[in-house]
Design a binder for this molecule. Structure first.
Ligand code: DSN
Length: 425
């Protein structure tokens, strides 16, 4: 970054300091990852200079023949990776991708079902503070109070009663596998669209470490920067034909794929970010390599070992464990809130996020839990033994949170571990 260093030392220094922070800490936020130098280079390329409103072969600006090739590569690789019929690679991020799907499938005030935020859903799955809850009627479903698992019978009963036009499956803080087939069957029974948001688990799906929703869905969205390990952004996958066209779109002339595209651009976005879309193509190529399967397997193994390590120290995990990349720790029995734990851990270089647990008696800004995940540390090359140590560090730090000397010692252990796994030199 020689040029940046000279032109804008302030920003250059901020980037250097953030790089040091990323390398000197243990980032356990399950939605974060580290992208390759190749992805960074595509993102930082001159493709950022172009305007390309429209789609390959149908642009509103001249000079797009080369950009068309990049976007087409991204589309074709995504199709290969997920085995889907149609892909739109232009969404700027997960929320806009979801918004385009809502606008494509529903009319304002239409009813849909989504997993409540407090039980592991996302803001765009019907929260009253998001467009999804403001413009549409959300009937939330919840996890079972005892098992903390999705209860497919209860979801089916609610679907039969409420007759939603769309059922949204997906998670941001649910530590178990999702049965997309079961969701698909429920949706089919009530003639609702099935829309899955696989932002968190897309990398696991691509690597066959999680059931794919693609055969059981009308539409699937994912961000590209979480387990998929690409640039910040999103894609929308869909069937080409609209299964419920006559029922819901009898006056429309577009099939499902065209509806999705039309609602991304011109519906909610203008020009695509061609540099990011090229970086998506690079990340999809990486995810198509056999090493990516190994990486995804290791994410899940690491999460399982970290979960066991924490439970061994007396932490209660929501659902008593994990079978994906993340876990939710209920801190109630440790007499510390999620917010306090986040701060204590931050001070010793362990980065987590406070999170509600299902049926949390506390408020979202100071909830009972923390959420941890292993995609980023797995990218750094850490394996089972490091996960076991990280569980020990967390337990010791929380137990001795008033003891500055002990905290300093753990911080030194964290730094020593980080130095063994430097990703960005
Ligand atoms: N903000 C993301 C997460 O952390 O789970 C969801 O989009």
């Amino acid at each position: 970054m020689k040029t940046l260093k000279e032109a804008d030392p302030e920003i250059y220094n901020i980037i250097q300091r953030e790089k040091q922070r990323q390398m000197n800490g243990l980032e356990l936020i399950p939605s974060e990852n580290l992208v390759s130098e190749a992805v960074l280079e595509a993102m930082g390329s001159i493709l950022t200079n172009k305007y390309s409103e429209g789609y390959p072969g149908k642009r509103y600006y001249g000079g797009n023949a080369i950009i068309d090739q990049a976007e087409t590569l991204a589309i074709e690789r995504a199709k290969q990776l997920f085995g889907c019929e149609h892909v739109n690679v232009q969404p700027l991020s997960g929320s806009p991708a979801n918004m385009a799907v809502f606008f494509a499938l529903l009319n304002p005030s239409d009813t849909f079902m989504g997993l409540d935020l407090s039980c592991g859903g996302h803001l765009t799955h019907g929260s009253p503070v998001s467009f999804s809850g403001k413009l549409f009627k959300c009937i939330p479903y919840f996890v079972d109070k005892e098992t903390e698992l999705l209860d497919y019978d209860a979801i089916k009963k609610a679907a039969i009663k409420e007759k939603p036009k769309m059922i949204l499956s997906g998670l941001t803080a649910y530590p178990r596998k999702i049965d997309f087939k079961a969701f698909g069957e429920i949706a089919e029974e009530v003639e609702a669209y099935h829309f899955a948001d696989i932002a968190h688990i897309a990398g696991l799906v691509a690597a066959d470490m999680h059931q794919s929703p693609v055969p059981y869905c009308d539409v699937v969205t994912t961000t590209t920067h979480k387990t998929l390990r690409g640039p910040r952004g999103a894609i929308i996958m869909s069937l080409t034909e609209d299964r419920y066209h006559d029922k819901y779109h009898s006056d429309a002339t577009k099939n499902l794929a065209q509806l999705i595209d039309f609602n991304v651009f011109p519906g909610i976005q203008g020009g695509p970010h061609d540099h990011t879309n090229a970086a998506k193509a690079v990340a999809f190529k990486e995810a198509l390599q056999p090493q990516f399967k190994e990486y995804s397997k290791q994410i899940v193994k690491n999460a399982s070992v970290l979960a066991d390590s924490l439970m061994g120290h007396g932490f209660r995990l929501v659902t008593n464990g994990t079978d994906n990349h993340l876990m939710l720790v209920d801190l109630t029995n440790k007499n510390i809130s999620g917010k306090e734990a986040e701060v204590v851990l931050d001070e010793i270089g362990i980065i987590v996020n406070k999170n509600t647990i299902p049926y949390d008696p506390r408020k979202p800004f100071d909830p009972s839990g923390i959420r941890l995940g292993t995609p980023l540390l797995t990218t750094r090359g850490m394996k089972e033994s490091e996960m076991k140590s990280i569980g020990d560090f967390i337990a010791k730090a929380i137990e001795h949170r008033q003891d500055k000397n002990i905290l300093e010692n753990i911080h030194n252990d964290v730094l020593a571990l980080c130095k063994r796994f430097v990703f960005y030199k």
